[in-house]
Design a protein around this ligand. Structure first.
Ligand code: ADP
Length: 242
């Protein structure tokens, strides 16, 4: 008796299972790395807060003022860090609902520009907008769009000492292309491909969590768009998304 079995299906299933197992392991590794990183990032400001609070007991008036400043700035950092981590976890767990609604992007963009202008305190930077349409009806999650633009412009302000920042958008390939272009510090070539990953930072002496861009990337992935940056170290960057 000759038996012929078609094992194609079985082979396919085995392959799929192996793939799933590999992905689960990979995601487990990523999670552990994330947790290790996170504990380090949280401990740094927390240690500063605890340490300087203790020192306060023995400090003179002058030192006290310095210590309070250190404590306050680390409080802020810790709060931002926790908020970012919660935001990221919620996005990752899929518990964030995107709210698509029709609105006029031209008007929305104008409002974002006004609020960004108020945030800019450096007189050596000129912030301009390129809002090319009189009216631009779109269906998007407006809060998420605002969140990413705010993140981009806040970064541009933070990493630019002088020159210009341009925030703009344009209709392209049936979608919307948003961008923020600055004449800031730029990103070195070896970092630029990793800049949207968690905790990747170029300058350690500027305050930040290294999570803002990771959150942007996650939102865009959920929205089904694209995200990227073109940057020249020492010259400036253009962060964009669609
Ligand atoms: P954070 O600003 O809190 O460190 P982000 O995730 O927003 O975290 O940014 C990650 C890193 O990318 C920053 O630390 C900075 O090195 C770099 N970066 C972001 N935006 C710019 C920019 N406009 N110009 C130069 N570098 C930038």
């Amino acid at each position: 008796v000759i038996r012929v079995d078609d094992v194609t299906e079985r082979e396919k299933m085995i392959k799929e299972l192996q793939e799933a197992k590999h992905q689960a392991e990979q995601s487990d590794k990523l999670k552990s790395a994330f947790l290790a990183n996170m504990s380090h990032e949280i401990r740094t400001p927390l240690n500063a807060i605890v340490g300087f609070s203790e020192l306060m007991a023995y400090a003179g008036e002058e030192e006290k003022a310095d210590y309070i400043q250190i404590i306050n700035s680390n409080n802020e950092l810790l709060l931002k860090l926790i908020n970012d981590i919660l935001d990221l976890s919620k996005l990752e767990a899929g518990s964030v609902e995107l709210k698509y609604e029709p609105f006029d992007l031209s008007e929305h963009f104008e409002n974002m520009f006004t609020s960004m202008k108020q945030r800019l305190k450096n007189p050596d930077i000129v912030l301009t907008e390129i809002n090319p349409y009189h009216c631009c009806q779109v269906t998007l999650d407006r809060n998420r769009v605002a969140q990413i633009i705010t993140n981009y412009v806040t970064n541009a302000i933070k990493y630019t000492s002088k020159g210009s920042i341009k925030m703009g958008y344009a209709c392209k390939d049936g979608g919307v292309y948003f961008y923020v272009k600055d004449t800031g510090s730029g990103i070195p070539e070896d970092k630029v491909n990793h800049i949207f990953e968690r905790f990747v930072r170029v300058e350690q002496n500027k305050k930040g969590t290294g999570l803002g861009l990771a959150i942007c990337e996650m939102i865009i992935r959920k929205l089904g768009g694209k995200i990227g940056v073109e940057s020249e170290y020492g010259k400036g960057s253009t962060f964009w998304f669609t």
